[in-house]
Design a protein around this ligand. Structure first.
Ligand code: CA
Length: 377
């Protein structure tokens, strides 16, 4: 089998209501899908996390290197692309671009061998994955103490056993929002907070001490990703687990985070940190360091499907036992017109549980009409 074409699909959709996380307002979502065609009629799909036009430009540049190559040699192609980009991109957009290509190659591999990707990755440990609800962003109007509480209670009522609150809007305001959400959902629902690296270690520690009493599942991206010493300081000062890694790349980047014991929970993005090939290696490395692996998931159903196949094969965080803990799925619940529309069958949850796709490859089918509807070019 040979690769005959590599296509990029930049997608964009406006939102009915703008939302903010700690660093910016958004009034639209974009996505970048990779489609790889073979001479045997099998096509594979992947998705790149990151700025869509930039990842598309890199994938378009890398595409010709893949023409005529055997798509089943996933590790070899990963090494080849990485080696050719290394001098210009060991992190960021170059690796995000490689990630979407790698996911598409795994989709082809699964379809070729007639099995789901998780079977090729080592076999599924679980067919259903507990999801937590990501949301609780800021809105342009309304009282956050009211709409955040209502939104969180809504997720709990849908059956989600945990929710994640966006923070990073100032220490006092964050402490108040965290208290409001905890009081709204009660003690039985997990509550995580995510600052998207809006703080330095001084502010993060001060905030962490103010919210420790609310049983925080984890404090995500308290400080900027380059600040490993800051992560260590936050981790040493607070009793809650510290999470991060959606802005880190490849096993080499995570090696440095793991060796320095900067994190309790690693969150590589499957479509950003190096694809399924690399994220499986990072996950194996996380296990040897006793660090939990809970992927960052942001994007369309293609990215969600890739994450589900990876999570399916990961061992539990805890050693084998009757009541193993984790891993869990990040499941964004906020408005995203593209997310499920591009799949002929959306990936949904039932009472906070998501089934791992069991079709061939990623187990998803792309709706070409929806793709055309959101296409930027
Ligand atoms: Ca995050």
């Amino acid at each position: 089998m040979k690769i005959i074409a590599v296509h990029t699909h930049i997608l964009e959709a406006s939102l009915s209501q703008a939302f903010a996380y700690s660093r910016a307002w958004y009034d639209r979502h974009t996505a970048m899908l990779v489609e790889i065609e073979t001479d045997q009629g099998i096509a594979g799909w992947g998705e790149c996390y990151g700025p869509a036009r930039m990842t598309a430009a890199v994938v378009d540049s890398v595409g010709p290197w893949l023409i005529g190559k055997d798509p089943l040699r996933t590790d070899c192609l990963w090494q080849m692309i990485c080696a050719r980009l290394r001098d210009h991109g060991q992190k960021g957009v170059a690796i995000q671009s490689l990630s979407g290509i790698d996911i598409a190659l795994w989709d082809i591999k699964g379809k070729h061998f007639g099995v789901p990707v998780h079977q090729l990755l080592g076999g599924a440990q679980r067919s259903e994955i507990v999801a937590y609800a990501t949301g609780l962003h800021r809105r342009k109007s309304g009282d956050p103490s009211r709409y955040l509480a209502e939104e969180a209670v809504g997720y709990a009522a849908e059956g989600f056993s945990a929710v994640k609150l966006k923070i990073g809007f100032g220490v006092e305001e964050d402490a108040a929002a965290t208290r409001v959400v905890r009081e709204a959902v009660g003690p039985g629902v997990g509550l995580m907070v995510d600052a998207n690296h809006a703080y330095d270690s001084v502010a993060a520690i001060r905030l962490g001490r103010m919210i420790e009493q609310h049983d925080i599942g984890w404090f995500e991206e308290p400080v900027r990703p380059e600040d490993i010493a800051g992560y260590r300081a936050v981790k040493a000062a607070l009793s809650m687990p510290i999470a991060g890694g959606e802005c880190e790349f490849t096993r080499f980047g995570f090696r440095d985070l793991f060796v320095s014991r900067a994190l309790d929970i690693a969150q590589p993005d499957t479509g950003g940190a190096g694809g399924l090939s690399e994220c499986k290696k990072i996950a194996d490395m996380a296990e040897t360091f006793g660090i939990r692996y809970i992927p960052h998931v942001w994007g369309t159903g293609v990215a969600i499907a890739a994450a589900l196949h990876l999570i399916a094969v990961l061992p539990p965080h805890t050693p084998p036992s009757l009541r193993p803990i984790g891993p869990i799925l990040e499941f964004d619940r906020t408005e995203h017109p593209i997310r499920q529309a591009i799949l002929t069958e959306p990936i949904e949850h039932a009472r906070g549980i998501v089934r791992v796709p069991d079709g061939l490859g990623l187990g998803i089918e792309i709706d070409r009409k929806a793709l055309a509807r959101f296409a930027v070019r």
